[in-house]
Design a protein around this ligand. Structure first.
Ligand code: NAP
Length: 284
């Protein structure tokens, strides 16, 4: 069984981004600029933002923080996004989700200039992905594909099953697999017999947010399993959506949690930010 560790893949991507940032600086005299917008005091969001800022520092991307209490009004948020849209030093805008109650995530994302949407969640980015046009791809699904490619999974003609249909993960991941000529099935809470589908999967990607819901008996022998889930258990430990030990007994390859998809999300955000800066500076 191959343990699909994300760290070495993320390190390779980050090294490529660092080299790209250096090239851009040499050619245009500018470092990519990432605006980090964090509203409220959600502790998980604070941790994610600190990981992203640390990675940006390490690759030479300049970050600017925009930290606000949960009481930020809708008008203030939209005004901030518009200012960032017009700021030439900012090439990417990261609005850390979830936003506090009372703020409309869809509205805030749609207010971003599509060129600066480094999370790939703007309707234009998602539409381009669906159309098969060059697109900024959401970071977590892009990271899943990067892991599969790095370790040599065969996607063409494979039966791929995606559990979860969120805009953030499941839907874009299914599109990416389809674009690589997999036969894709999407499962969700109304799926009648989940195990029937998961047992047919050569490539099984799980993004449901249900700790250890996929057990060994639900997996086809020889399957490749990507576990996107990050769940905090009552004992404080992290668990994926996949029961690693029982699934590892059947599968050909499985991502661990932590240390699988997680590091990839941050690395792909850095790559998206570099590419956005290159496009805005006419270097791509
Ligand atoms: P989400 O928006 O809550 O979506 C969960 C999806 O899973 C929904 O489509 C839901 O179906 C489906 N689902 C839930 N329970 C199910 C079940 N028992 N059987 C079949 N389908 C089920 O979550 P998300 O944002 O996509 O995130 C999913 C997981 O990935 C979470 O654990 C999250 O923390 C993690 N995540 C990790 C990273 C990372 O960097 N590693 C990044 C993003 C998310 P319905 O549509 O029918 O409700």
């Amino acid at each position: 069984m191959i343990r699909l560790a994300g760290r070495p893949v993320a390190d390779r991507v980050l090294a490529e981004v660092r080299a790209g940032v250096e090239r851009l600086k040499a050619a245009r005299g500018v470092s990519p600029g990432l605006a980090v917008v964090l509203v409220g005091d959600d502790s998980a969001s604070q941790v994610y933002v600190s990981h992203k800022k640390r990675a940006a520092d390490a690759v030479g991307i300049t970050t600017q923080d925009f930290l606000y209490p949960a009481g930020l009004s809708r008008a203030e948020l939209l005004d901030l996004v518009r200012r960032l849209n017009g700021d030439p030093a900012i090439h990417g805008i990261l609005i850390q989700l979830p936003l506090p109650k009372g703020l409309d995530e869809d509205e805030a994302i749609a207010a971003m200039a599509p060129a600066k949407d480094v999370d790939g969640l703007h309707p234009e980015s998602l539409g381009r992905l669906l159309a098969g046009a060059p697109a900024t791809v959401p970071c977590t699904p892009a990271g899943c594909l990067e892991i599969l490619d790095h370790y040599g999974a065969r996607l063409e003609g494979a039966e791929a099953v995606v559990v979860g249909r969120s805009r953030l993960v499941g839907k874009p991941l299914a599109q990416l697999l389809l674009a690589r000529h997999a036969t894709v099935t999407m499962c969700h809470t109304r799926t009648r017999d989940l195990a029937f589908h998961t047992r047919r999967a050569d490539i099984l990607c799980v993004a449901a947010g249900r700790p250890r819901m996929i057990t060994g008996d639900m997996v086809k022998p020889g399957a490749w399993v990507i576990d996107v889930g990050v769940n905090r258990l009552d004992n404080g430990r992290l668990a994926g959506d996949v029961d690693f030990d029982t699934v590892a007994a059947h599968a050909a390859a499985v991502t661990p949690v932590p240390g699988g998809v997680g590091p990839m999300t941050v690395a792909m955000l850095m790559r998206n930010t570099l590419f956005a800066a290159e496009r805005q500076l006419g270097a791509r």
